[in-house]
Design a protein around this ligand. Structure first.
Ligand code: MSP
Length: 732
């Protein structure tokens, strides 16, 4: 039976749409997942959404949705993004898109809570107890903040601000269950000490250890249902909701079968646990301190390890976040760059453990230099020459004895093991870096192979060798070495750039019938450690040579991006993307409570238009509209000239209203039950004047009155003016 590997990303909050930061952790996880599979492990990759808690409740309220609708809406967007970026199951990516609103999750969380609640701490006390909590709570972080985690306000009556979100904290005081974290300090330190690899990179491990050494405080693990209603109730005490982090962290075990037999059969807790958690450093404490302590209390083995990557920051060095409004738009990225160029950039640019600065210019530069001029150019020159000089078939790499001297004279190294040794050595280095999550270093090593092979070709000048009939074998050997090196590069690069690596592999004629992960010749199934020089068979017919990484015109693309970004920020729904959903029309997709990730995969075109409409959707999620949306509505002062009832229609009045135009407007208003027609005459009212005319009960209505809707039955009360205003005056 194959060994297993279980890998997770954080599950992302379902109150806002994903940006580059979220995508990044998924890309890293996807890359590790593919690599583990290549190495022959049965890997299970989880990503998903964290759907409970005060923020989702608030976002839903603002958008006029139920929390479940809100979560479904964001999830449907997430699954579109993961599909467009090739990270979903269909593309060989994640195995589950986990959602904390899945019923099996609630079942597992309750079981986990009970298990913890019935346990004793290492000091022999109960792990969960009831107490009273008072503290500063940051809703966007969903966490209480200690003094060093907020800035004190200038004025005494103001709340402090969260250091991460620069947002006001809420003072929360209420009855709460506590997890006795303070009793787990020694056990945690023992864990970190006995497993130096448990938290990586080392600098982060040191941070966590000094945090734990400085003394842990007990952790509030519930909120009153009356203040946070959207969540999983505390077992046997439904007046309390389980703290969102306790709920969310537990997803890592419920997803694979903890507390639910069906999931256990489908995936297997025993089979896959413990997991390797990939997280941003922002949430390391939750994963490296709280989570292992919860697991210890529940007598569940701790995770395999926690890898904390740095943050993508903007040009000013601030963490890219929705709250700060400095995120990189996935729609813009996807529109202008190939998925693999984005993957390459992210993995190459972020040095393991450090923050990475994102810039479109650097992305273009890297795409042009490393991909177009580097790997792409090497591929196309090699294949073009094989096609031209070797009838499109992989030549032989062997130089017969009698030709060796001749070959030497041409300046090439006749000893094939020199280049073979170089490539093998590079492979070993590459794997070492990869195992240490140092993707940037691994890529540097791979590109040293690109440079070396490029130089070999330039030095050997195959175009000159081709002119000399006696150098046929020399020419073949050079081209074979180049093609064989490319084959190795494909295998190494597959986890990082699956589509391009498979593309090159196909062009080398090695891809088999298709590039699907199930195909026999798929790179997904080739272990890089097993590569042997000479594996490329002589006579292999190369595929169609196509450019993989077209060069980007930097100036042109930068100006397009600028336009896209500014229209993304300021445009209205209508002009940003023709046919894009407007804020009003953007309704959540049908409930997806029971949907699987496969059900949710949309078409690519749909994805693109959705990505491009991201800004509108974000606003929709927040229940907000852009100022330009508001200015689309034309409001004018009108004077009622006449009003009459309509036979057999109880609710409608037929009005004639002067809004300063040549002719008065005929407007139907549903106010007949509350207003006597006579009393309306001469009254100044507010009218929506640019509404499309529509027919009601056979009469055309050329506008709409504004009225407050009062009480349960929605009694209309007309908006009016206390001062004298001319007819037709614009309301702004
Ligand atoms: N819901 C919690 C996690 C619960 S896990 C049991 C949460 N969600 S989040 O939506 O805020 O996502 C945080 C994660 O997104 C980070 O840990 C990181 O993986 C990723 N990133 C978000 N912004 C990022 C950057 N600017 N840069 C890199 N990664 C970032 O916290």
């Amino acid at each position: 039976m194959a060994k297993t590997f279980y890998l997770t990303t954080p599950i992302y909050y379902a109150n806002s749409l994903p940006h580059l930061g979220h995508l990044y952790t998924m890309i890293v996880a996807d890359c590790v997942h593919r690599y583990k599979e290549q190495r022959g492990l049965e890997s299970y990759f989880l990503t998903g959404t964290d759907e409970h808690g005060i923020n989702i409740g608030r976002a839903a309220e603002r958008a006029g949705r139920t929390p479940q609708e809100q979560a479904d809406y964001v999830v449907s967007y997430f699954t579109k993004v993961t599909s467009a970026f090739g990270l979903d199951t269909e593309h060989g990516g994640y195995d589950i898109f986990m959602r904390t609103t899945y019923p099996f999750h609630a079942e597992g969380v309750s079981k986990f809570w009970r298990q913890v609640a019935h346990s004793k701490t290492p000091k022999g006390r109960e792990a969960i107890y009831k107490g009273h909590y008072e503290g500063w709570f940051c809703a966007p972080c969903a966490a209480y903040k200690t003094e060093d985690e907020y800035t004190k306000p200038q004025q005494l009556d103001q709340p402090p601000l969260c250091l991460i979100h620069e947002a006001a904290l809420d003072r929360v005081s209420e009855e709460s269950y506590f997890f006795r974290l303070s009793d787990y300090g020694d056990a945690l330190l023992e864990l970190y000490e006995s497993r130096p690899d448990f938290i990586r990179p080392e600098a982060r491990r040191n941070e966590v250890m000094s945090f734990v050494r400085s003394g842990l405080q007990d952790l509030s693990v519930s909120r009153l249902r009356s203040s946070v209603g959207w969540g999983i109730p505390v077992p046997d005490d439904p007046a309390h909701t389980i703290y969102v982090w306790f709920d969310a962290l537990t997803n890592y075990i419920t997803a694979i079968g903890y507390g639910n037999e069906e999931r256990e059969r489908a995936v297997g807790f025993e089979k896959f646990w413990p997991a390797l958690h990939l997280v941003g450093k922002d949430i390391l404490r939750f994963h490296a301190v709280y989570w292992p302590a919860f697991l210890m209390a529940a007598s569940v083995e701790p995770p395999r390890g926690i890898i904390a990557h740095g943050m993508w920051v903007d040009q000013a060095g601030r963490k890219m976040s929705k709250t700060l409004g400095n995120t990189v738009e996935l729609g813009v990225l996807h529109k202008h760059f190939s998925v693999d160029a984005i993957r390459y950039f992210c993995l190459r640019e972020m040095v393991f453990g450090q923050d990475g600065r994102f810039g479109y210019e650097s992305l273009i530069d890297r795409t042009n230099s490393d991909l177009a001029s580097g790997l792409g150019n090497l591929t196309s020159r090699t294949l073009t020459m094989i096609s031209r000089y070797c009838e499109g078939k992989s030549p032989s790499g062997l130089i017969p004895e009698e030709r060796l001297l001749l070959a030497k004279r041409s300046g090439i190294d006749t000893d094939e093991t020199t280049i073979a040794g170089f490539v093998e050595h590079a492979r070993d280095d590459f794997l070492l870096h990869f195992e240490n999550y140092a993707f940037s270093r691994a890529l540097e090593v791979a590109w040293s192979v690109v440079a070396r092979v490029d130089k070999m070709i330039s030095d050997a000048k195959p175009w000159d060798l081709a002119k000399d009939g006696n150098q046929r074998e020399t020419l073949s050997a050079v081209l074979y070495r180049a093609a064989e090196s490319l084959r190795w590069l494909c295998v190494l690069l597959y986890p990082l750039m699956p589509e391009s690596a498979q593309g090159i592999y196909d062009q080398l004629g090695l891809g088999g019938a298709s590039g699907s992960p199930d195909a026999k010749n798929s790179l997904a199934a080739i272990d890089p450690a097993e590569l042997r020089w000479g594996g490329l068979q002589e006579g292999t017919r190369i595929g169609e040579v196509k450019p993989l990484f077209p060069r980007i015109d930097k100036g042109k693309l930068m100006s397009e991006i600028k336009t896209d970004r500014s229209s993304g920020t300021h445009a209205t729904a209508a002009d940003a993307v023709p046919g894009a959903p407007t804020a009003v029309e953007t309704q959540p997709s049908p409930a997806m409570k029971h949907a699987t990730e496969a059900d949710a995969v949309p078409g690519r075109a749909e994805m693109l238009s959705t990505l491009n409409a991201k800004r509108e959707e974000e606003l929709a999620i927040e229940g907000l509209i852009d100022i330009t949306d508001f200015t689309k509505v034309e409001l004018r002062v009108g004077e009622v000239l006449s009003a009459e009832r309509i036979p057999k229609v109880d609710k409608l009045l037929l009005l004639s209203v002067d809004i300063g135009e040549e002719k008065p407007r005929q407007i139907l208003a549903g106010i007949a039950l509350h207003y006597e027609p006579d009393k309306l005459i001469g009254r100044k009212i507010a009218v929506v004047s640019n509404l499309k005319p529509r027919k009601m009960r056979g009469y055309e209505s050329q506008g709409m009155l504004l009225a407050a809707s009062v009480g349960e039955e929605g009694k209309p009360v007309l908006a009016t003016f206390t001062e004298d205003v001319p007819n037709g005056a614009r309301l702004k």
